[in-house]
Write a protein of this length. Structure first.
Length: 163
């Protein structure tokens, strides 16, 4: 297995777990917060989508995925406290956008030369992710950073244990 294959595998695994946790939640349940001080799930999903688009386009400006009008603003940190469900998307809309964005991300990974993984990341990300390879690893693991917040919502809704 080569580096890009390992990154792709991690992305696919993370995506499978995250989507698995969300798969049987309805749109109303996406508006639940695991704790009053946490963001609701809909905001978190949108945050993941916006973050991935921003990271990929930061590395490869010609690979920016276009998001629906107002999507980025709805999922900006300034709107994390908003509980108006009409400002957010349905689970299926989020899943469609996740697929679109991840397809673009995987295409960028596939199309680049392997040596690019060692290139410096965009300057604003270097303290956290020094290289392009680090950026792709962050993209792949970022959903798992949020998956732990989905589990308490699942439990409070009486959903089964999945993993």
């Amino acid at each position: 297995m080569q580096a890009k294959d390992a990154i792709r595998s991690a992305m696919n695994f993370s995506d499978m777990v995250f989507r698995g946790y969300l798969g049987d939640l309805d749109d109303k349940e996406l508006m639940l917060r695991p704790n009053p001080d946490c963001n609701h799930l809909a905001w978190q999903i949108g945050h993941l989508i916006v973050s991935e688009v921003m990271m990929v386009s930061g590395m490869f400006p010609d690979k920016k995925t276009e998001l629906p009008e107002g999507f980025e603003e709805a999922h900006h940190k300034d709107n994390a406290g908003c509980d108006d469900a009409s400002k957010f998307n349905t689970r299926e809309e989020y899943f469609d956008l996740m697929t679109k964005v991840r397809t673009n991300t995987l295409a960028a990974l596939t199309e680049m030369d392997d040596s690019t993984l060692d290139d410096p990341s965009p300057e604003h990300m270097r303290a956290f992710c020094p290289t392009i390879g680090d950026m792709f690893i962050l993209i792949g693991t970022h959903p798992m950073m949020h998956a732990g917040q989905v589990v308490p919502v699942r439990r409070s809704c009486g959903k089964p244990v999945l993993f």
